[in-house]
Design a protein around this ligand. Structure first.
Ligand SMILES: *Cc1c(COP(=O)(O)O)cnc(C)c1O
Length: 340
């Protein structure tokens, strides 16, 4: 294995020792195998390629202060993949199999877990795809479940860096009764064009409104919307088409622990100027502060351009502290990976 410069890791693909792969046929999952090659031999008629029968997840394993490696809330990701599988007519991956897959592949790639103190982690990417060959539109008759891992670096080298967000009038992310609430691959394909356009205009993230009325906030393309109100409450939208972010749920629990009231409710676009802090949350970075939101001629500025607000910063520190084993894990979120 080549020596990895942990400090210079970003969030990009890097080949590791192996991935783990399970096959579903005739109603049952096999025992899975570790595969060295990062390629799969897939039928050109696989349903994931033509019709998008593909679900994915994202979670992280951390090398903690005590030297052990722990996965953060994998049961939540297993449950969410189950919900995506049901919505897209794929067989569910049982929780025990999901956990076993993550642990086996992490053990086999232990050298790739960034050391404690580097700010890095091992990004774990489960993938469930329809691999059976067919041309008619129907659920596939064979499925493949893969878990791959990638070492990733600290997203923020200094402190949290606030960004600007764009609300485009030209694109929606998810239909009201569509698939916005599940993690299907196609949701990202659907938002790529808007994302590239926003990037060209100087915005690292785009914020979406509800597709029916364009009056309520939904979420960013790949992360949930959270805000701190003038009263100091944690506010996040309640909508069927928002993806239930594990990070958002974690932050809500931590907020309550700290005595911060949590409001999960419809959030009108018109409320934006009343917030004191706004953030985008997800596994990759935990929280990205958003200091300005632009919609056509409207420019809404919230907080500082140079640093995170105090509440989001505090919540961020708590999450990272629990993930790296520096703060007691009183909710039992960190699952020990044995033998690493
Ligand atoms: C994955 C994802 C998130 C973040 O979820 P986490 O579980 O916190 O990583 C948010 N929004 C969308 C659309 C996503 O696909």
């Amino acid at each position: 294995m080549k020596q990895i410069d942990w400090k210079s890791l970003g969030f990009k693909y890097l080949e590791t020792n192996c991935h783990i792969r399970y096959e579903w046929r005739d109603g049952a999952w096999d025992g899975g195998e570790l595969v060295d090659s990062p390629y799969i031999n897939l039928s050109i008629a696989a349903s994931c390629l033509h019709y998008g029968q593909a679900a994915f997840e994202g979670l992280k394993a951390f090398r903690c202060k005590d030297g052990a490696v722990r996965l953060f809330r994998p049961e939540a990701n297993a449950a969410r993949m189950g919900s995506t599988a049901r919505r897209t007519c794929m067989p569910e991956v049982p929780q025990e199999l999901f956990l076993e897959a993550c642990e086996r592949v992490i053990r086999a790639n232990a050298d790739f877990v960034p050391p404690y103190g580097t700010g890095g982690s091992l990004y774990v990417r489960p993938l469930l795809i329809g691999s059976g060959a067919q041309i008619g539109v129907a659920p596939a008759n064979a499925y493949t479940f893969i878990v791959m891992v990638v070492p990733v670096g600290a997203y923020y080298k200094g402190g949290l860096e606030p960004v600007r967000a764009l609300i485009s009038k030209d694109y929606d992310r998810a239909a009201p009764l569509g698939v916005g609430h599940v993690k299907v691959a196609g949701n990202y394909a659907a938002s790529l064009y808007a994302h590239e356009e926003a990037k060209r205009a100087g915005f690292p993230v785009e914020l979406y409104l509800d597709a029916r009325t364009h009056t309520y906030i939904e979420e960013f393309a790949t992360s949930n919307f959270i805000a701190i109100s003038a009263k100091g409450h944690y506010v996040t939208p309640d909508s069927h088409s928002v993806l239930p972010s594990v990070t958002n749920n974690t932050l809500q629990v931590i907020a309550r622990d700290l005595g911060i009231e949590v409001e999960v409710r419809p959030v009108a676009f018109d409320e934006l100027p009343e917030f004191t802090e706004i953030g985008a949350c997800g596994t990759a970075v935990v929280v990205t502060p958003v200091w300005q939101i632009v919609r056509g001629e409207q420019v809404i500025t919230v907080g500082s351009e140079s640093e995170a607000g105090p509440v989001l910063q505090r919540l961020y520190n708590q999450v990272q502290g629990i993930q790296y084993g520096e703060i007691p894990d009183k909710h039992g979120w960190c699952r020990l990976v044995e033998g690493v």
